[in-house]
Design a protein around this ligand. Sequence first.
Ligand code: ADP
Length: 223
Amino acid sequence: MTIDDQSHLKKEEENGTNPKINRYWIQRYDLFSRYDEGIQIDEEGWYSVTHEEIAINHAERCHGKVVIDCFAGVGGNTIQFAKVSSSVIAIDIDPMKVQMAMNNANVYGVANHVDFVVGDFFSLAPSLKGDVSFLSPPWGGPNYCKVESFKMDMLQPRDGYSLFKIVQSITPNIIMYLPKNVDLAQLEELASLSSPPLTLEIEESCIGGKMIAITAYFSRNAA
Ligand code: ADP
């Protein structure tokens, strides 16, 4: 997206006239409570940023840890991790997203706790070190809810099994933020097929009492 596209989108946002993002725009303060202080979001970002209340919940598990936000987008999760963790590595393949995430982390005053990286997570993975990996991988756009059961092979750009294998080589502490219709049996399978098997905790991520996504917390069994 060019700078011109962005400012056009911004004007449409302000007028509430972009029908594609309107239903997300009305939730802007649920996405970023400090939205009015200069938050930047592009069209893809509107669809995929984690609601702030849920991002705060994810971060609760990461006090004092080094967190890798593997598909950071415009930084909704990164910001909340940065508030409580020891540091955050925020990766996104799209330089514009990283620029927006940096801007947004600045709005929240936490940018100095974050290493922002423009790059392909899959290429970077072998060189990454951290205590927790957070994955909110592309769900394939808003159409994910049109299927009855969201399967691991619908995750992009690689299926959930390959993604999980790669991320496990960094740390067994993995948080995955997934569609609410994700196949839970497949998540159990990811945990049980790991060597050694991982503990899995499933959480319904809710806004206003309504489940909007699933968060899966994987960790190594205590010996
Ligand atoms: P959704 O399908 O949930 O809307 P997106 O397509 O917006 O997800 O993708 C989520 C984020 O992941 C985007 O910010 C995108 O730029 C980023 N992303 C996609 N592929 C990679 C990758 N290989 N490495 C790092 N970031 C990636």
